[in-house]
Design a protein around this ligand. Structure first.
Ligand code: BG6
Length: 265
């Protein structure tokens, strides 16, 4: 099932499978989120694009689905409200992944605000990873630059190894799959073709992942168009690998990400 939301500033669509936002579009602007034309929308298969919620693990795990169980699980819609400001808020709950309870709260307005609140309902410490795997729509990969990660250490999954980001502005010219560690900084995507700047601000997050599959990986992915790497980039906010979270019994972790855009002057 899909929920459609309209506010005075924007429209959005969210599937109950994965509590997965597939669309956020400000009126008069190009969509902010990329959604693949090849995405399959089959029960139990991840949707390709939008904002997959990655939880309770990031990446592969032997014998289990990649990127955790949350993105292919049916979430329950627990609450909807229209605030006096005109912002629409929805709260979803994931059936317990023992011992973790997860709520996803989304605020749709002039910007998109997402919160993942995880509680350890068990009697022992629990460790897990979280990530909003946000796919952004861009004019063309050659006309964007990504700012905010200078000086950060990252694990490069393509080259293998840990490096330090030396660029002020990151330009993507090949396959990029990097996990930046220990960074709470906001990230900007400057798009000179769509003439806009996307701003991703976050709290409760120490990792930022930047991903573009480029040509060969795009061809290998059955639910992604061969040329679609040109129109998207993932800038993901969460807590993965060494930044994973350990929670004491009865305590909570809150990952919050705000996505906004403004025209480039
Ligand atoms: C990224 C990972 O976050 O997600 C990549 O860093 C991975 O390694 C990508 O290929 C897509 O994953 P999936 O499971 O949605 O195909």
């Amino acid at each position: 099932m899909k929920i459609a939301i309209e506010t005075q500033w924007s429209t959005a669509e969210i599937y109950l499978q994965g509590a997965h936002i597939t669309r956020f579009e400000k009126k008069g602007d190009a969509p902010l989120l990329f959604l693949s034309g090849e995405s399959e929308f089959i029960k139990g298969k991840p949707i390709r694009g939008g904002v997959p919620i990655i939880f309770p693990w990031f990446g592969g795990r032997e014998g289990f689905p990649a990127h955790g169980l949350a993105r292919t699980s049916e979430w329950d819609l627990e609450e909807t409200s229209l605030l006096a400001t005109g912002v629409v808020t929805l709260r979803f709950r994931l059936p317990t992944i023992d011992p973790l309870d997860a709520d996803f709260v989304v605020h749709v307005g002039d910007q998109l605000t997402m919160e993942l609140i995880v509680k350890n309902a068990g009697a022992q410490e629990a460790t897990f990873e979280t990530c909003f795997h946000t796919y952004f729509q861009i004019g063309e990969i050659y006309s964007i630059s990504i700012k905010g990660l200078t000086g950060c250490s990252y694990y490069d999954k393509v080259l293998g190894g840990v490096f330090t980001e030396t660029q002020e502005s990151i330009h993507i010219m090949n396959e990029v799959d990097r996990v930046y560690f220990d960074t709470t900084a906001a990230v900007e995507i400057i798009d000179t073709q769509l003439r806009r700047k996307i701003l991703v601000t976050k709290s409760g997050s120490n990792s930022t992942v930047v991903w573009n599959p480029w040509i060969e990986k795009s061809q290998r992915m059955p639910d992604f168009g061969d040329e679609e790497y040109l129109q998207m980039v993932c800038v993901e906010s969460g807590n993965v690998a060494n930044d994973r979270i350990t929670l004491a019994p009865d305590s909570k972790a809150n990952l919050k990400v705000e996505v906004s855009s403004e025209p480039l002057l």
